[in-house]
Design a protein around this ligand. Structure first.
Ligand SMILES: [Zn+2]
Length: 274
């Protein structure tokens, strides 16, 4: 009799203990997809050597704004807002590259959400190509989250890639940004020496992997196409394998930054995902 009563008490305690030991409360609330550019890639074989030579293809450029209880995080900043004022957009020096337009500035899209640039706590960029870092200095107070290998990579004429006074955390590998497992930077070198992607776990729709330029469009992902201009083919392929196993382990969807067909299926800001 006594034993049974004790068992009931123990069982009751076990059932009432929440959350389960080791499980952390996530502070991630929302994700907004911002329009950070639209363009035409002059020759898509630049990104998929030997495939579709000479064919052009529409490209898009996304930024993602995350609302977390500890503060806002902006993932990538797109092409420069100044391009919005150029009637014919920004023509590339190499006609095979992407001719960018900016239908809407990043500043305007943040303003529409009531978010001031000074409210942004973290700016994390996938890498330092101009279509990703075009507006980093709109957020001079924000902590930059960049791989050390990218930060230290000499730019044109040996120039640094960021202003030396901009606050920065130089990462060496993966990083759980808020300490609750909801937003994790994933080191995916190859496109550039310190390229990174972002694993996001939203409370309702679940896990997403934001590609940066670890992959540029879906057929390139399916065929493991490596752009000719990537810093390292071997590292690119290894990063694709890392992403593939992460997608399986986390049951995550891959959101490919420049893939227009995929973006056409997404809700754009001010709508959001949670
Ligand atoms: Zn890009």
């Amino acid at each position: 009799m006594y034993k049974a009563a004790l068992m009931a008490v123990v069982l009751g305690m076990a059932l009432s203990v929440t959350p389960v030991a080791g499980q952390r409360q996530s502070g991630l609330e929302r994700l907004y997809v911002l329009n950070c550019g639209e363009g035409i890639a002059g020759d898509i074989s630049r990104w998929s050597p030997g495939v579709n030579e000479g064919k052009s293809m529409p490209f898009v450029d996304n930024c993602y704004l995350l609302k977390h209880a500890q503060g806002w995080l902006l993932w990538d900043t797109g092409v420069a807002d100044a391009i919005a004022a150029m009637p014919d957009g920004l023509k590339p020096a190499d006609p095979r590259a992407t001719h960018w337009h900016r239908p809407k500035t990043l500043a305007k899209q943040l303003d529409e959400l009531g978010v001031k640039p000074a409210d942004i706590k973290y700016v994390a960029v996938s890498h330092t190509h101009p279509d990703h870092i075009g507006n980093v200095e709109m957020f001079p107070q924000a902590m930059l989250l960049v791989q050390k290998d990218e930060y230290d990579w000499p730019g044109a004429n040996n120039q640094p890639r960021f202003k030396s006074e901009h606050p920065v955390t130089k990462l060496e590998g993966d990083k759980d940004v808020f300490g609750d497992g909801s937003v994790t930077i994933i080191a995916t070198p190859g496109h550039t020496p310190g390229h990174q992607s972002l694993l996001v776990k939203l409370p309702k729709i679940g896990a997403l992997l934001l590609s940066g330029d670890a992959v540029h469009f879906k057929s390139n992902w399916d065929n493991r196409g490596v752009p000719a201009g990537n810093a390292s083919k071997e590292k690119t392929l290894a990063s694709m394998e890392k992403i593939d196993s992460l997608l399986k382990r986390e049951k995550a969807n891959l959101w490919i930054n420049h893939d227009k067909a995929q973006r056409d299926t997404l809700k754009m800001s001010p709508a959001y995902y949670e």
